[in-house]
Design a protein around this ligand. Structure first.
Ligand code: ADP
Length: 270
């Protein structure tokens, strides 16, 4: 459903964060990106949904065609939802209001200044129910636990009715048990709905458990593309330069944060 044709990203200043990569992602596929910090995982995810402009290459999406102008980019972004590491929720808004922000791209700018129709609220409530948070719908986001906040992040993404979900280290700030539960939830929902997922992770064992396919990135280059079960020591060395990724010597260089769309769009729902 998604075709990346020699996509590359060089940031202003000359950092070649992603070397030309060609990948096909199938409908409903659960893909895990692995690689040391600074390898280019976020850059790839952001290039896919246009938060970062690819320097070269083409993105082609089923039902849209090549993402080549503002109109096709808007359509593509509407159908590709992001889940962020730090949830990117608005703390003073309820779980329901945060979930509703997933619907904003379906409405014109002026329409989003008015309360959204009842059907939209029902849809958002159904999404919260799927992540097990219906009874917390009216709770302020900043009063929820980290795991609950990330489940609201997933509900917001689901509210978008996506065909593709891009999740950038969605469980990096959660404890191991909560991480497994949140990732399991994402996996189950996407399986049930046939949503393709590309998720970057640090935990090799979670990749083994959930991934249909693992893409290993090292220094901006795709160095592995295969099944989770194939993640043996040789492959880990290819990806991390060591068979023990927990002690991989690759500190992340300081980088200015890339622009996130969620925050600016979300204010309209307040
Ligand atoms: P990962 O997600 O695997 O940790 P990133 O995609 O964040 O890796 O970063 C890849 C490389 O690009 C790193 O060298 C990082 O410092 C650099 N980088 C990331 N974002 C920017 C940016 N906005 N401007 C310049 N360099 C960046």
């Amino acid at each position: 459903m998604l075709e990346l044709d020699r996509i590359s990203v060089t940031y202003p200043g000359g950092v070649e964060a992603l070397k030309p990569a060609s990948l096909s992602i199938g409908e409903g596929e659960f893909v895990v990106l692995l690689g040391p910090s600074g390898a280019g995982k976020s850059t790839l995810l952001r290039a896919i949904n246009g938060l970062v402009t690819a320097t070269e290459g083409r993105i082609v999406v089923d039902g849209i065609g090549e993402v080549a102008d503002a109109k096709t980019l808007r359509e593509h972004r509407r159908k590709s939802a992001m889940v962020f590491q730090q949830h990117q929720l608005i703390g003073r808004l309820s779980a329901l209001q945060n979930t509703l922000t997933g619907r904003l791209s379906y409405h014109s700018a002026w329409r989003t200044m008015l309360p959204l129709p009842r059907a939209e609220k029902e849809h958002a409530l159904a999404c919260l129910e799927r992540v097990g948070l219906l009874d917390m719908a009216l709770r302020r986001a900043d009063q929820l636990s980290g795991g609950q906040q990330q489940r609201v992040g997933i509900a917001r993404a689901l509210a978008q009715d996506p065909t593709l979900m891009l999740a950038d280290e969605p469980v990096a700030s959660l404890d191991p048990e909560t991480s497994r539960r949140v990732l399991g939830l994402l996996h189950r929902i996407c399986r049930a709905d046939g949503i393709a997922v590309i998720v970057s992770l640090h935990q090799v064992e979670l990749a083994r458990e959930f991934a249909d396919r693992v893409i290993g990135i090292s220094a901006g280059r795709v160095v592995f593309d295969g099944a989770g079960e194939a993640l043996d020591e040789t492959v880990l060395r290819q990806i991390y330069g060591t068979a023990d990724p927990d002690h991989a010597p690759a500190p992340k260089p300081d980088a200015p944060p890339a622009n996130d769309a969620a925050g600016s769009e979300a204010t309209a729902i307040a």
